[in-house]
Write a new protein. Structure first.
Length: 292
């Protein structure tokens, strides 16, 4: 099922963009029903510490498992969920499923690191959001310290004061905050210094230009240096090949996510991933230990 993800999504792209444009309301109804039927599921993609060779965490990525259309990718339904207001319910369902799963893994003694959940600006700006997160953590028993919320740079567009207030309160609960797709929109590093944020994820579009473009390489190196100096963790997302990995490791980035190490997969695939624990980067960080 996980292996077919790419294929299915490509097959669906043409059909869906067309159908959605023609009949948004029908799609909203379908999505609402899918949420009721439990067809929206979390998939998990590893974030690896390439210095220690361990699984540092999992990004939780929503998938719509439709009985009629197969696996539908978030690009096809997250925007729809956002504009129809269904994102609130979708976000809570994903959070609840992931935290339930995460608590079960912990109970089995499985080390999966942090769970990183994507949160839309709509969700963060919703008055009930903090209470929802608090309630889900309480009900599932998943530790707040292991939860990381990924927010896109777009959250700064609306009311900075209220965003800062929400993030401060989340962090006071022990939850970590990451800025997703960093470098694509508004947030500057100078500004981040004053924000309640733990981590940035450098957007995949930068990786696409590495190692080819000198300018991109220089920008990424500068981001690394500055982020590290103000105490922010950095994750490189969208690492697909060894030269991108070598470049990021060389720039001092050890947290790596991308197809090179693995695609998002259903929960059943995670235990094997966690036990493998041999995810080293280049020789600077040591040799891959195949025996573990
Ligand atoms: P994102 O948060 O930036 O997630 C990373 C995306 O890059 C994922 O796409 C992932 O599958 C993909 N990716 C990871 N490594 C590679 C790589 O090496 N190469 C390439 N080409 N792609 C890679 P996905 O799963 O299609 O999700 C797309 C976006 O949908 C996410 O971007 C996120 O913004 C949003 N999303 C997904 N799940 C949720 C959710 O539960 N809630 C909300 N609000 N948004 C979600
Ligand atoms: Mg993300
Ligand atoms: Mg991202
Ligand atoms: Mg991205």
């Amino acid at each position: 099922q996980a292996k077919n993800e790419g294929k299915n999504s490509y097959r669906l792209v043409g059909i869906q963009t067309h159908e959605m444009a023609g009949d948004r309301l029908a799609w909203q109804t379908r999505l609402r029903r899918a949420l009721e039927q439990g067809e929206i599921l979390p998939y998990y993609q590893g974030i690896f510490d390439t210095e220690y060779g361990t699984l540092a965490g999992l990004e939780v990525l929503a998938r719509w498992q439709s009985p009629t259309d197969g696996l539908i990718m978030p690009g096809q339904f997250i925007p729809l969920a956002e504009e129809s207001g269904l994102i609130k319910r979708l976000g809570e369902q994903i959070l609840r499923q992931a935290c339930t799963q995460g608590a079960a893994w912990l109970a089995e003694g499985l080390e999966v690191g942090l769970l990183s959940i994507n949160v839309s600006a709509h969700q963060l700006h919703d008055k009930g959001f903090l209470e929802t997160v608090e309630r889900v953590l309480e009900q599932t028993g998943f530790p707040a310290e292991r939860l990381d919320l990924e927010l896109s740079e777009a959250i700064w567009v609306e009311g900075r004061e209220s965003v800062i207030d929400s993030l401060t309160r989340l962090r006071a609960m022990g939850i970590r905050v990451s800025i997703d797709d960093f470098g694509t929109k508004y947030a500057s590093l100078a500004y981040l210094r004053h924000l309640p944020v733990d981590r940035i994820k450098i957007d995949k579009s930068f990786m696409d230009d590495i190692p080819g473009s000198d300018i991109t390489s220089a920008i990424v190196s500068a981001i690394m240096t500055m982020a590290t100096s103000i105490g922010l963790e950095v994750v490189a997302e969208g690492i697909e090949n060894q030269s991108q990995l070598d470049f990021m490791n060389g720039a001092g980035c050890r947290l790596i996510q991308g197809y090179l190490y693995g695609r998002p997969q259903a929960a059943e695939a995670v235990p094997a991933l966690s036990r493998r624990a041999d995810f080293r980067g280049n020789s600077r960080f040591g040799v891959v230990d195949h025996e573990r």
